[in-house]
Ligand binder design. Structure first.
Ligand code: URA
Length: 200
């Protein structure tokens, strides 16, 4: 059997807008053929807190912004409840910048093809805290065996950045019994922001 490894080469950027401009043209994987918009992210690139979801859904693909559907409205409620605002003091991005058909889970090869964009976003932003929204983001960024139900709300330090996983807002819509746990995670985040002296 022959194994062919395809390696995606990513440029190192110094400027967030140049990174975004190139990302919007990305053709690293086949999802580029079916997207309406490449969803780079939203928020303040100077923010010290970065939220990372999984991949755009149908609404995000149409509007070019992460978390704009029902799950996004719920996310905004949690954010606003602790003084965070996607238009002011945080940034929101996804592991994948393009929508997988039928909202299926991102495949490992798609994640590998796309992750360099997020890596560059993190390198330029240098966030103090990264919050992983759901299993896909937490498994990719915190640990491959991450279990949201067991490890949500716990802060891990990785390369000088604090990382915490919590429930994906779409999972909270499917199982509202988890909403109280998610609220505790956001309160924990609020305390961590205070503890670190992050100005919002
Ligand atoms: N779900 C995600 O993980 N990201 C989005 O942007 C929208 C829904």
């Amino acid at each position: 059997m022959q194994i062919i490894q395809l390696q995606v080469v990513f440029t190192i950027y110094t400027d967030f807008e140049m990174l975004k401009a190139d990302c919007l043209q990305c053709k690293n994987c086949a999802l580029a053929d079916t997207r309406t918009n490449c969803v780079f992210g939203v928020g303040n690139p100077e923010a010290k807190i970065l939220f990372v979801g999984e991949a755009p859904g149908a609404n995000e693909d149409l509007q070019g912004e992460p978390f704009v559907g029902r799950a996004g409205q719920l996310l905004d409620m949690y954010l606003n409840g602790i003084g965070l605002d996607r238009n002011k003091n945080i940034y929101i991005a996804n592991i994948l910048k393009c929508r997988p058909p039928e909202n299926r889970d991102p495949q490992p090869a798609e994640q590998d093809a796309c992750i360099g964009w997020l890596r560059e976003q993190v390198r330029i932003m240098r966030p103090a805290i990264i919050i992983c929204l759901g299993r896909i983001a937490a498994c990719r960024l915190i640990s491959p065996n991450y279990k949201v139900t067991q490890e949500h709300g716990i802060f891990f330090e990785k390369n000088g950045t604090l990382m915490m996983g919590t429930f994906h807002p779409a999972a909270l819509l499917r199982d509202p019994r988890r909403k109280a746990d998610a609220l505790e995670d956001f309160i924990g985040l609020q305390e961590k922001i205070k503890e670190l002296g992050i100005k919002l």
